[in-house]
Structure formats: C-alpha cells, structure tokens
Design a protein around this ligand. Structure first.
Ligand code: HEC
Length: 267
C-alpha cells in the first residue's frame, strides 16, 4: 500500500506521492540542465572563489594558501570529496564550508559573527565563502567521494547524522526521513532523494554547491540543509552547527565511491 503524505508548506497544501515514472517535466528539465551544464554559471563562482583563495585579505592580510583542508596546507585538489573529515587541530569533524570559514577566521582574522550574519546567497549578495566552497568543490570534479571513515570520530558523527535524519518533531512531526527516507517520493514536481541509500545519497550530495536557476543564486549544501530544516518546521540550526556537519557526514559516507561531477545546476 503506497502511502500518501500530506503536508502544508507555507500555508499551501502540497502532496508528496510516489513517482509512477519519470514525468515529462523532469525529463525536460534534465535536458535543459545538460545543455546548461556544458556552460555552467557555477564556473564564474569557481573563478571568483579561486581569486578569493589566493588574495591576501582580512585583518591579517593573509591568503588562504596555508589553509589545510585535510590534505596539507594549501592542497585543494581532491579535498572536497574527502570532507567532512576529522581535523585534529581543532578536535572536530568539519565539512568543507565549515573548514573554509574556520580558515577565514583563524588565518585571515575575519570574525565568525560577521560571516554568520548573512551566510547564504541572496539575489544581490554572494558571500565570499560560497564562492570559495565552489572553487574548492570544482577542484574535486570527476573524483570519487572518499570520506575518511576510518576515524572513530567520523563513525560517531555518522551515527549522529543517521539519528538526526530519523528524528521526528515539530508541528508536523516530520523527520528528514519523512521526505527523504524512501525511494520515489516527490513534492510537486520535485523528486526527493532517499538519503539512506547509496544511490539516493549520491544524488543528494551531487551537484552541490549548485547554481539555482530560480533566483540565479549560488548555494551550498549548508544552505540546502538549513532550508530543509525550515521545510521541516524545525528551528533552524545555527550556521555551521554540529548538526549539519553530522547530516552531511551521513549523506557523504552513504555516497562513498560515487563520482563527484563538480558544482552543478539546480532548478
Ligand atoms: C517536508 C519535506 C522535507 C523534509 C522534512 C526535508 N526535506 Fe530535504 N528536500 C525537500 C524538497 C522539496 C527538496 C528540493 C528537491 C528539489 O529541488 O529537487 C529537498 C532537497 C533536499 C536535498 C537536495 C537533494 C538534491 O537532489 O540536490 C537534500 C540533500 C535534502 N533535502 C536533505 C534533507 C535533510 C538532511 C533533511 C532533514 C534535516 C530534509 N532534507 C528534510 C523536502 C524535505
């Protein structure tokens, strides 16, 4: 018996229902995306991010070229697909965006509170870290997800992420898994990936950071997570919280071994 999940989003009734087949609209969008990805607007943000990475900035007038993304100071190639990872210097598991902001604060002297004030893109403003994440992600294009799960801290963080994904609460008693815990669910026209499977998790982390055609903004996986908490009617976690790192760890580890094609396009 297929379940129909009724939910309210922004006051409007929306139905999530199992997909019968990939419908015409999805097929059309995918065609459009293929065309666009050949000339991907995300590349402009990669270029901007590279410049920001290499430029001496901030109160300390330093570049990010000493930033250690896990493969040694300044090594960017392949770093994105190997995060989240455990960083011994801070004793924490960090995802890419969190680590980049950590470097902006510790090396360049920017203030975490200032960065957190407007952490995600709007139509008029792209935060520096969004462009930098896009640059770093682009340097892992066509590499496989290889999150270092051999660390006990990573396994613990994974388990926390898994629990958060299943945790139901809020006015609708939703968990991430209410929308992303089974194959073939959709809301309006959008397919909802099943983050608990290798295939679904791969889709979920693929294409992030992504250029969103609606609004024409560049957005990161941190944004996606925060926005899904909003959809779930949960209080939004603080920017760069442990909660979001745990969810990203859970999804990235489930996507282990799949090919990362680089920053993408979202509708
Ligand atoms: C009320 C339903 C709902 C809940 C609950 C929800 N999401 Fe989502 N999620 C969505 C929708 C809708 C999208 C957008 C799909 C699209 O644009 O194709 C989405 C997109 C995503 C994506 C991007 C998928 C992709 O293909 O790029 C990820 C990852 C994700 N959600 C994870 C989560 C996590 C983790 C949670 C729990 C914190 C969560 N979601 C809670 C509805 C939900």
């Amino acid at each position: 018996m297929k379940r129909i999940l009724l939910l309210c989003a922004a006051g409007a009734a929306v139905a999530a229902f199992p997909a019968v087949a990939k419908d015409a609209a999805t097929a059309e969008f995918e065609k459009f995306r293929d065309v666009l990805e050949a000339d991907n607007p995300a590349e402009l943000f990669e270029m901007k991010g590279e410049e920001l990475w290499k430029t001496k900035r901030g109160p300390n007038n330093a570049s990010l070229e000493k930033c250690d993304l896990g493969l040694g100071p300044g090594v960017v190639k392949g770093a994105y697909v190997q995060m989240p990872r455990y960083f011994a210097d801070v004793g924490k598991v960090m995802d890419a965006e969190r680590r980049i902001v950590y470097c902006m604060v510790s090396l360049q002297g920017f203030k975490a509170e200032d960065i957190a004030r407007q952490p995600f893109s709007s139509q008029t403003h792209t935060p520096d870290q969004t462009a930098i994440v896009t640059y770093v992600a682009g340097q892992s294009r066509n590499m496989k997800f290889a999150v270092p799960m051999n660390r006990p801290e990573m396994r613990e963080t994974y388990e926390i992420g898994k629990e958060i994904a299943a945790f139901r609460a809020g006015p609708y008693d939703f968990a991430c898994n209410s929308c992303h815990g089974e194959d073939g669910k959709r809301i309006r026209m959008q397919e909802l990936s099943n983050i608990s499977t290798h295939e679904g998790a791969s889709k979920s982390v693929q294409g992030w950071p992504g250029y969103r055609m609606t609004g024409g903004v560049m957005l990161t996986l941190q944004w996606r997570m925060t926005d899904c908490f909003r959809q779930q009617r949960f209080p939004e976690p603080k920017y760069l919280s442990d909660t979001i790192t745990a969810l990203i760890t859970y999804m990235s580890a489930n996507a282990q071994g799949s090919l990362y094609k680089g920053p993408g396009i979202k509708r």
